[in-house]
Design a protein around this ligand. Structure first.
Ligand code: CA
Ligand code: CA
Length: 587
C-alpha cells in the first residue's frame, strides 16, 4: 500500500513538472530556425543552423575546463532491435527530441533523461534500406516533430503527446524508396530527399506545407524528369531546369537513373538557396550508361519556393565507383583580397574537397582530403576530375564470357573518403573538421537489368583498409589553401558527425565507443569518455539553466558492418547499443 501511495505522489509531481514544461514550451517558428546557430538555448535545426556549420558559440566547456566534463544522464532507446543510431538530437524548452533506428522517435526531459513519449512507426516487412535501419534526425516546426521513415513516409507528431497529426507517403517503398535523412524546414515548408539509388529509383526532392503535409513542389534529380509545383491543390509543370531526356544518358536509362538525394539538404538565407547532393547514377556499371548522367553525383542549388534548379555542380561525372555526391554543402564566407567570398564547401565520397561559389556554383578550388586517390589524377580548372582510365572497372562485354569485367583496386572505396557523417566549420579557426576514412576496394562490373524493387548494381566489390593501424582520420582542413592543419588517426572507420565550439573544441565519436573532445587548433585529445557502444550519431551542444550541455547518441551500426568487406571483419566485435548520453561541467 505504501508503495502505491509513493507511486501516486511521484506521478503527480511528474504531472506538475510536465504542466510547467508545457506552459514554457513554445512553438518553433521560422525565426527560431533561421537564428538557430546563435541562439544557444535550443537546437531546432539539423546542423545547428540551416547552413549546417555545426558550430556553436558556447565556450563554458573549453580546452581548460573540458577535463572536468562528466555525464549527467543516459537514456536507453531500448528494444531488442538496436542497430545504428545516426541521429542528431534536437532541443526545445528543456525537451530533447531524438530519432532512433527502425523509425522511432523519443521525447525526453533534457534535465533528467526521463522519457515523455515514444513513437514507433509500424514498418511493413518489405522495406529496403540499403545501409542499415538508421534515421538521422527530426525536424521541429510549430508544435510538430516531423521525420522520415524507412517506408518512405513523412510523419508529423504532436510535440507534447507524440500522437500523429499528419502523415504523407513520399514514395513507394516497394520500388526501393526509403527516407533516412533529417528533413529541413525552410519558410514553413518541410523539405526531404529520398534514398534508394541502389534500386534504380528516381531521385527527387519534395517540399510539403509543414503545418498540414500538403505537397508544394517536387524536383526530380535525374535529367529528363519534369518538376511540378502545386497551387491551390492543382499540379502544374514548373517549367525549365529538368533538362531534356537523353542528353547525358543513353536510351531509357534516365527512367531508373538513381541520383538519390538521400542525405538531406542545407539552406543558405543569403542566396535563398537549398543545397542537396545526389547519389550514384544507376546502375553502378558505368559502361551501360555512357555520358555525364545528369544530375547524379552532384550538388544542386534549388529554389525553395518552386523547386527549380538554380545551378548544379557535378563532382563525379559518369561515376563508375558509387561515389555518391550526397555529402553536405556548407555555406561559409571568407575574405580574400579585401573582398568577402560567398562560398560553400563539401568533402566528397570521391576523396576531393571542393570550394564553390554558392551564388552560381562556380568552382573556386578543390584538393584531395585523403592520402590517396587512384581513379583521378586531379581536378581541372572547372573542377572536373582528370580520370585515370585504367582505374575504371572494366566492361563485362569485353570479357570472354561477358559475365565479369576486369577488376581494379580503387581508392577511396565506395564507402567514401567521407560518407554521410557531417563535418563542421569553425567560425573561430576558419577550418573544416572532416571525418574521413582511408580505405580501398576491389571492384568489378557485371551485367544487370532494371527490375522494380531489386538491387540494380551490376558490380561486385570488397573493401580493404589501406593501413594496419588506422582507417579513420579526423582532419582539420584549411578551405583557402587545402592544407591539412592537423589529423587524428583512428583504428576503426569514423562514422560520426562532428561539432565545433567557440571553446576551441571539436567533438566526434568513434566506433570504439568514445566521445572525443579535441583541441580545435592542435588536434590534441583533451577529453574522452566511453559510452559503451560505437558512436555513429552527431553531437550537439546547448545551454540550459546557465550551464552548457553536450549530448550524443551511442549505438554502433550503419553501412560499415553491412558492406565493409575486410573492414567489417575488423570491427565485428564492437558491441551494439542504443542510448543517448548527456554531459556537462560540475556546478
Ligand atoms: Ca538555437
Ligand atoms: Ca550509392
Amino acid at each position: 500500500m505504501i508503495k502505491t501511495k509513493k507511486t501516486k505522489v511521484l506521478s503527480l509531481s511528474m504531472m506538475v513538472s510536465l504542466a510547467l514544461t508545457g506552459m514554457a514550451n513554445a512553438n518553433v517558428t521560422n525565426k527560431d530556425i533561421a537564428n538557430d546557430q546563435m541562439t544557444t538555448g535550443d537546437v531546432v535545426s539539423y546542423g545547428l543552423g540551416l547552413k549546417g556549420q555545426r558550430y556553436s558559440p558556447l565556450e563554458k566547456i573549453n580546452t581548460d575546463t573540458v577535463t572536468e566534463m562528466r555525464p549527467v544522464w543516459s537514456f536507453s532507446l531500448g528494444g531488442e532491435k538496436q542497430r545504428g543510431q545516426e541521429s542528431q538530437p534536437m532541443i526545445k524548452d528543456g525537451v530533447m527530441y531524438i530519432s532512433g533506428s527502425y523509425s522511432r522517435v523519443f521525447a525526453v526531459d533534457a534535465r533528467t533523461g526521463d522519457e515523455l513519449w515514444q513513437y514507433d512507426a509500424r514498418l511493413p516487412d518489405g522495406i529496403m534500406p540499403c545501409c542499415d535501419v538508421v534515421n538521422r534526425g527530426v525536424a521541429l516546426y510549430g508544435d510538430l516533430v516531423i521525420f522520415g521513415t524507412l517506408d518512405a513516409k513523412l510523419v508529423a507528431l504532436n510535440k507534447d503527446t507524440g500522437k500523429v497529426v499528419w502523415k504523407q507517403t513520399v514514395e513507394d517503398y516497394k520500388a526501393g524508396y526509403s527516407i533516412t535523412a533529417a528533413p529541413i524546414i525552410v519558410k514553413g515548408k518541410v523539405i526531404t530527399g529520398v534514398a534508394g539509388g541502389e534500386f534504380g529509383i528516381v531521385g527527387k526532392v519534395r517540399a510539403y506545407d509543414a503545418k498540414n503535409g500538403k505537397i508544394a513542389w517536387e524536383r526530380p534529380t535525374v535529367e529528363g524528369h519534369m518538376g511540378y509545383i502545386w497551387k491551390n491543390g492543382k499540379k502544374m509543370d514548373n517549367g525549365i531546369s529538368g533538362g531534356k531526356a537523353g542528353q547525358t544518358w543513353p536510351g531509357d536509362l534516365w527512367k531508373s537513373g538513381g541520383a538519390a538525394p538521400w542525405n538531406g539538404g542545407t539552406y543558405d538565407a543569403d542566396t535563398d538557396l537549398l543545397f542537396f547532393g545526389t547519389g550514384n547514377p544507376a546502375p553502378w556499371n558505368s559502361h551501360l550508361r555512357p555520358g555525364d548522367n545528369f544530375f547524379s553525383s552532384s550538388r544542386l542549388a534549388i529554389d525553395p519556393d518552386t523547386g527549380k534548379i538554380a545551378w548544379h555542380f557535378q563532382t563525379t561525372p559518369h561515376d563508375g565507383w558509387d561515389y555518391d555526391g550526397v555529402n553536405e554543402l556548407i555555406s561559409f564566407d571568407y575574405k580574400q583580397n579585401g573582398k568577402t567570398v560567398k562560398a560553400a564547401a563539401t568533402a566528397d565520397r570521391n576523396g576531393f574537397f571542393y570550394v564553390l561559389n554558392r551564388e552560381n556554383g562556380d568552382f573556386i578550388r578543390g584538393f584531395p582530403f585523403v592520402d590517396k586517390i587512384s581513379w583521378a589524377s586531379g581536378l581541372d580548372k572547372n573542377g572536373r576530375p582528370i580520370y585515370i582510365d585504367s582505374n575504371r572497372p572494366g566492361n563485362p562485354a569485353d570479357s570472354k564470357d561477358g559475365k565479369k569485367g576486369s577488376q581494379v583496386k580503387a581508392t577511396p572505396s565506395f564507402l567514401g573518403g567521407k560518407n554521410w557523417m557531417p563535418m563542421a566549420y569553425s567560425q573561430d579557426t576558419e577550418l573544416f573538421y572532416v571525418p574521413s576514412n582511408e580505405w580501398s576496394m576491389d571492384i568489378w562490373n557485371e551485367p544487370t537489368a532494371y527490375k522494380k524493387g531489386s538491387a540494380y548494381l551490376g558490380a561486385g566489390f570488397t573493401i580493404k583498409a589501406n593501413n594496419d593501424d588506422f582507417i579513420g582520420v579526423l582532419r582539420a582542413m584549411d578551405p583557402k589553401t587545402g592544407e591539412e592543419v592537423w589529423r587524428y588517426n583512428n583504428y576503426a572507420p569514423l562514422w560520426s558527425g562532428v561539432l565545433a565550439t567557440a571553446g576551441n573544441l571539436v567533438f566526434i565519436g568513434n566506433p570504439e565507443g568514445y566521445l572525443l573532445g579535441l583541441n580545435a587548433k592542435s588536434g590534441d585529445v583533451e577529453y574522452k569518455f566511453n559510452t559503451g557502444s560505437g558512436i555513429v550519431g552527431s553531437p550537439i551542444t546547448w545551454e540550459m539553466d546557465g550551464e552548457q550541455y553536450i549530448s550524443v547518441l551511442s549505438g554502433w551500426g550503419g553501412a560499415v558492418p553491412l558492406w565493409g568487406g575486410d573492414v567489417a571483419k575488423r570491427v565485428k566485435n564492437f558491441n551494439q547499443g542504443g542510448s543517448i548520453w548527456t554531459f556537462k561541467l560540475p556546478k
